[in-house]
Design a protein around this ligand. Structure first.
Ligand SMILES: [Ca+2]
Length: 397
């Protein structure tokens, strides 16, 4: 509750001592956080059954997952605060210092360096105004930040470690996880033996288990995943290297070292070799496609547009031609219907135009299609050009 009362007005009035006035200054400047916090407090106060609700939330799997997520988020929020604080220190380092060298300036600077004014300036920029979690955390733990600034900063230079790990206890040292910061599987020095990610690493959440990189498997990420073999191995180190592309599993790097072949490959005299899917009696492709064999696979490609069926790319690889084409010099070639002995365009004043795979009948020059016949074109251009100047323009003026 204390935290909520923070920006909610109480500290708008300066209270006793140092903290009172800078907090008041902060509170007044940080209007955006105010409303949200006050609303949250009222909700909390008015909810009588809250403990019960929280209990059920925590025991349900969904609740556990949510609380895990919250713990991780709290750590990342705190880390963000520590990072922004460090940035704030850098940004304010040269402030109130003219760049001169006078005793007065040195004195002023050294005073500013450790002053409340500087602290307030830094704290102001720790969170974006829309970041509720961040504002809430700063507000809730302002005493810690203040204590660090005035008392502990010299001894404990790392604010993240001091605040997030030791005081607020939302983070853990790297390589450890969970409420008690236990070592990740494989040890905190090299979690998951350096071959994976430890669940909850560096946070108060997670269970310390390993998610292995793709080359590794097993609880400790020491074994090799399918398609990889141990090129180096002892009790604490394991290096897994990719098998030959033909192996599903292997003992070493060559295609003769496969234990099992990958799909699309087959064992032939101790080695895994490509299966030629295209050599099969029944082509795996459809009739208007040709089959292209590749290492470990195959693909189906479209025949040339002139082929009905084909054995490869282009009109030269047709087995038979589509209508409008005929086989000529082992190629499917367009039939010129217009040059055939029988006339194909039979209307008067009509020309035949050959097209790939077909032909068109169009009216000859000077004729146009009218009611299914080719009729002479009647010119109307002269009347159109005479009407270009209109008296309307004069009226407008
Ligand atoms: Ca193949």
């Amino acid at each position: 509750m204390k935290s909520c009362l923070g920006w909610g007005g109480q500290r708008m009035e300066p209270t006793e001592g140092k903290r009172g006035h800078w907090l008041a200054a902060l509170a007044m400047r940080r209007v955006p956080g105010l409303g949200v916090c006050r609303a949250a407090c009222q909700w909390r106060l008015s909810t009588v059954s809250l403990p019960l609700f929280v209990f059920f939330l925590l025991v349900s799997p969904l609740g556990l997952a949510a609380s895990q997520l919250r713990q991780r988020q709290a750590c990342s929020t705190c880390r963000g605060i520590a990072d922004r604080f460090r940035q704030g220190l850098t940004d304010t380092a040269k402030k109130n210092f003219g760049g001169g060298n006078t005793a007065w300036e040195e004195k002023t600077l050294s005073k500013y360096e450790t002053s409340e004014i500087r602290l307030v300036e830094i704290i102001e920029n720790l969170c974006d105004s829309s970041n509720f979690e961040c504002n809430n955390m700063v507000e809730e733990h302002e005493e810690h930040i203040e204590a660090w600034w005035f008392k502990w900063r010299k001894k404990n230079t790392d604010l993240f470690k001091w605040l997030c790990i030791e005081k607020i206890e939302v983070c853990c040292p790297a390589g450890t996880y969970g409420p008690d910061c236990l070592a990740c599987l494989g040890g905190s020095e090299r979690p998951c033996h350096g071959n994976g990610r430890c669940d909850g690493d560096g946070t108060r959440g997670g269970d310390g288990s390993c998610s292995c990189n793709k080359e590794y498997k097993g609880e400790f990420c020491l074994e090799c995943a399918d398609g990889y073999y141990n090129s180096h191995r002892n009790d604490t180190h394991s290096v897994c290297t990719a098998c030959h592309e033909s192996c599903k599993t292997c003992r070493d790097a060559a295609n003769t070292d496969c234990q099992d072949c990958k799909e699309g490959w087959t064992k032939n005299e101790n080695a895994c070799v490509d299966v030629d899917e295209c050599a099969a009696e029944d082509s795996p492709c459809s009739s208007d496609q040709y089959c292209l064999n590749t290492d470990g696979s195959f693909s189906c490609k479209a025949c040339d547009i002139s082929c009905l069926e084909c054995t490869g790319e282009g009109p030269g690889k047709c087995k038979s031609c589509i209508a409008g084409y005929e086989m000529e010099d082992e190629k499917c070639t367009d039939v010129n219907e217009c040059a055939l002995p029988g006339k194909v365009c039979v209307r008067d004043y009509e020309d035949c135009v050959n097209t790939p795979g077909g032909f068109k009948c169009v009216c000859a020059e000077g004729f146009e299609d009218k009611d299914g016949a080719c009729a002479p074109v009647i010119k109307t251009e002269e009347t159109a050009s005479e009407n270009t100047s209109s008296p309307a323009t004069h009226e407008d003026l």
